[in-house]
Design a protein around this ligand. Structure first.
Ligand SMILES: [Fe+2]
Length: 389
């Protein structure tokens, strides 16, 4: 870990608190927009939340085109279609309302309005030429941290390639974090997105690129998730637990934006691209096994994670405390009723797929490079095998 030098990147302005999403109207007006594209999904439409947000903007003289068709694993094709809609209607503002998939599409649409061609042209690092139109994120889950990151992860349906548009021009200008919007989130979504946030925080905390600043956010996120995720999942109307989770997701997002994630995210990618497993479910399933693999490469860090999760007492032998981290995560995954074995996903994953999955995981190179213990193809296959049944 390089402690001599670091940078800190965050989204332009973050507002947090119950009811804060009601400020969207004045904010949209202050940005001088006449028309916004509101990027969301079917559940926000069904719950009437997208109509409420567009109504607030309309009162301030900002019309909106609502696109409520974002998929759980968003695609290049959908993103291109929303961008075309936004260009045709001359939208000068993009609002992302929903989970990480809606925000990822919204962030990409913001730069596709000002940059020609398909989103697939910009999958990579630093390929976006022109700044996008202003973008405001309103997360309704607590997990992805997309409201504060510069990444939009999209699947290309034509060939199954899954990759991120990673560019400073994707940082949101504003994020409105309103825990009241999370109150209706179902237990399974709460649990899986919360485990994604925890994976961000743990992987940032144990990343080779961690800094004292990213550590602040990562530690706080791990502790909050350890104390609030079970309650938020099984007692969804508890506003305090929802607020803690939304803050933890924000902190995890800031930690990951600055320290990166690790091997668990790389290993989770092929589960999404080859078998359609949701990002949070895939991370929740794999993170205990990855922590077990990594624990003795950075034992002080993993022991601290285990203590932050209120699993291990202080004063244990270092080896024991570090290995406890995997046990703490197994217990959490079990308490949240999430799948802990690949076989339990029932998506047709078989041992003969492991080679291809490992090659695809290793191709997600940046997180692999941050991982505290080097990982080769054999190590990836061994982790998939251990997680199988
Ligand atoms: Fe993630």
């Amino acid at each position: 870990m390089d402690v001599n030098m670091f940078n800190l990147f965050v989204a332009g302005r973050i507002s947090f608190g119950p009811g804060v999403s009601g400020r969207i109207g004045e904010l949209a007006r202050s940005l001088g927009a006449k028309r916004a594209v509101l990027v969301t999904d079917e559940s926000m439409e069904r719950l009437g939340i997208s109509d409420r947000i567009s109504g607030i903007m309309e009162k301030e003289g900002v019309e909106s085109c609502i696109f409520a068709g974002v998929e759980p694993e968003p695609s290049v094709e959908t993103t291109d279609a929303v961008a075309m809609l936004a260009r045709e209607h001359d939208c000068q503002l993009v609002v992302g309302l929903g989970g990480g998939s809606c925000m990822d599409v919204a962030k990409a649409v913001s730069v596709l309005i000002t940059n020609e061609g398909s989103a697939s042209l910009y999958q990579g690092l630093g390929l976006v030429k022109q700044p996008g139109v202003p973008k405001i994120m309103i997360p309704t889950t607590s997990g992805t941290g997309s409201e504060v990151t510069f990444t939009s992860v999209l699947i290309r349906k034509s060939d199954g390639f899954k990759g991120g548009i990673n560019d400073d021009k994707l940082y949101p200008d504003y994020s409105l974090l309103d825990p009241e919007l999370a109150l209706t989130m179902p237990p399974k979504v709460t649990a899986s997105t919360g485990m994604d946030a925890l994976t961000h925080a743990i992987e940032a905390f144990t990343s080779k690129a961690a800094s004292p600043m990213s550590d602040l956010f990562a530690r706080e996120a791990i502790e909050k998730i350890g104390s609030a995720l079970r309650v938020a999942t099984w007692n969804g109307s508890n506003l305090e637990a929802r607020s803690e989770m939304m803050l933890a997701s924000l902190y995890g997002g800031i930690a990951l934006a600055n320290a990166g994630v690790g091997a668990c995210h790389s290993l989770a990618y092929p589960l999404g691209s080859m078998f359609g497993v949701g990002h949070g479910v895939a991370n929740a399933l794999l993170v205990p096994y990855v922590c077990r693999y990594n624990a003795l490469a950075a034992p002080e860090r993993y022991y601290e994670v285990s203590c932050l999760l209120d699993y291990s007492p202080e004063g244990l032998p270092l080896r024991e405390g570090a290995l406890d981290c995997a046990e703490a995560l197994h217990e959490l995954v079990e308490d949240l009723a999430l799948p802990s074995k690949l076989k339990a996903l029932k998506v047709g994953i078989k041992p003969e797929h492991f080679d291809e999955m490992a090659i695809k995981a290793l191709a997600v190179a940046r997180p692999m490079a941050n991982n505290p213990r080097p990982m080769d193809k054999e190590a990836c296959v061994a982790i998939y095998r251990e997680a199988m049944e």
